[in-house]
Design a protein. Structure first.
Length: 312
């Protein structure tokens, strides 16, 4: 599974690099800065809401990067490889996100790309035309990007379900392994949820969003809350467990983690301000999860202690 994920990811990265190379001759910095911030000719206070409203989609570029830790039990040397995976993954995403944004935004009027589902093909079309072989390549290889994303999520959620079930946080049946030592029940459970979400996309509308867009926003709510708790836990552990073995030390402590905590809080406030209804739905899910947590105390008490530590 990891080898397949690597292959499709390399193909997806190659596609984005090809895209940037093909549209580079049509790039103009004047096009990129045309109309200024948020479509206004200059930066004004009226531009700020649009910038903050885009935060969930900006975070979505990097969402689930923490999924690399889900492969820790299957890695040969997780103490060395997992930190390297995090750092190299983040650097790769930063480069690709900035490159795609700049190149796509500099080939014409970027406002025409802001409300469509296929901005990259349309940006390339402005440079090479509609019948170019580059266009067909982008569309077909672009499927590998979707496959890489979905497959990475499957790899992550199945290991998360498995670890939580083994530690008693979820039903124990999800911790069962197949004869190939694969958490097949966890994979199928998440798949059922995903398929249900796909087919219910047109049935739900929250704050003018389809279910897919609402789920993206809700996922970002969950990610930001997790980032905040992680930073707070880091500071607490440094204080209460100064001698604890640490395989990866946060660089620039305490300044860099403090900056991360501050930015996460800013993002959470902005998300709650511009997505009040979805934020309330997210709080409802959190309340239901906490209730389930309270009702399953015995289930966790019966779980092996080593499984609890591994899940954490």
């Amino acid at each position: 599974a990891a080898t397949f994920e690597l292959v499709v990811t390399v193909l997806a990265v190659a596609e984005l690099l090809v895209f940037m190379g093909v549209v580079a001759p049509g790039f103009s910095f004047s096009n990129f800065v045309l109309n200024g911030w948020s479509g206004a000719n200059e930066f004004t206070l009226g531009s700020i809401p649009g910038i903050f409203a885009a935060i969930p989609f900006a975070i979505w570029f990097f969402l689930a990067i923490e999924g690399a830790a889900m492969a820790a039990e299957e890695a040969k040397d997780p103490k060395r490889t997992i930190p390297k995976a995090y750092v190299s993954g983040i650097l790769t995403l930063v480069f690709l996100a900035i490159g795609v944004m700049v190149m796509a935004g500099g080939v014409g009027d970027w406002r025409q790309l802001s409300n469509i589902n296929d901005p990259l093909p349309q940006a390339m079309k402005a440079v090479v035309g509609n019948n170019s072989s580059w266009m067909h390549m982008l569309v077909w290889i672009g499927l590998f990007g979707l496959v890489a994303s979905f497959h990475g999520i499957i790899l992550g959620y199945s290991r998360q379900f498995f670890a939580l079930a083994r530690a008693g946080y979820l039903p124990k049946s999800l911790a069962k392994l197949s004869r190939f030592q694969t958490p097949h029940r966890a994979i199928l459970a998440g798949g059922v949820i995903g398929i249900a979400a796909i087919y219910s996309d047109g049935l739900v509308n929250l704050q003018g969003m389809t279910l897919t867009a609402a789920m993206i926003t809700m996922s970002v709510f969950g990610a930001i809350v997790m980032y905040i708790i992680s930073m707070l836990s880091l500071f607490k552990l440094r204080k209460t467990e100064p001698n604890l073995e640490r395989t990866f030390r946060a660089p620039g402590y305490p300044v860099v983690p403090a900056i991360a905590l501050f930015l996460a809080v800013v993002c959470l406030v902005a998300m709650a301000w511009f997505n009040t209804l979805i934020g309330c739905v997210f709080l409802g899910f959190m309340a239901a999860g906490y209730l389930y947590f309270q009702l399953t105390a015995k289930q966790r008490a019966d779980a092996p202690a080593d499984a609890m530590l591994e899940s954490i």
